[in-house]
Write a new protein. Structure first.
Length: 190
């Protein structure tokens, strides 16, 4: 059985409404939270979250990649323990982020827990897809042109290196060089 691991998540993104943006991320993080609280603090272009979970680091990383790995959102996810974390924060913010009690933001975790993890992840994926509204027909894929380029590259003969030409001359003499090889040797000498 996994132990409860605490994580700190730093999110950097410009947003017109940082409070709403941060609360949306907090709601999504509640899916993996194994404690009743999820604490956060935000500013105009950044948010900091602390979360505790029983999930493996890989599962947490994959989930964070899924919800934040889009657009211009940058983030840093780090596991921490209180004895290996150094920071410089005002006392009020520090107590809020790193307390083990109930935070003043309670999420909708109780509502989400009625749904299966699959349903919640599907719902989040659908919201992300809708926000980007990508239509595959909007992209111009010309596979024939790419295949032609690949064929050209494969069929292109490589010019021999200077070392290869000199080795051939040493082994077989200058008269063994083809006209193309002589031209290449002249290019190297200039």
């Amino acid at each position: 059985m996994n132990n409860l691991t605490k994580y700190i998540l730093f999110v950097f993104a410009k947003n017109d409404n940082p409070k709403e943006f941060t609360e949306q991320i907090a709601e999504e993080l509640c899916v993996i939270s194994d404690t009743p609280n999820l604490n956060f603090y935000f500013g105009p272009e950044s948010s900091v979250f602390t979360i505790s979970t029983l999930d493996s680091h890989q599962d947490v990383k994959d989930y964070i990649d899924m919800i934040l790995g889009v657009g211009d959102i940058m983030y840093v996810l780090l596991p921490y323990t209180s004895d290996n974390l150094s920071y410089g924060l005002p006392k009020k913010i520090s107590e809020h982020l790193f307390n083990d009690g109930i935070s003043d933001f309670m999420s909708e975790k109780s509502k989400l827990s009625d749904k299966s993890e699959f349903e919640v992840r599907k719902m989040i994926q659908d919201e992300i897809k809708e926000s980007f509204m990508l239509n595959i027909e909007d992209f111009d894929f010309d596979y024939d042109e790419e295949e032609d380029d690949i064929k050209k590259i494969k069929n292109k003969t490589r010019s021999p290196s200077l070392d290869e030409l000199l080795d051939k001359i040493k082994e077989k003499g200058l008269n063994s060089l083809t006209e193309k090889e002589l031209t290449q040797l002249n290019k190297y000498s200039n």
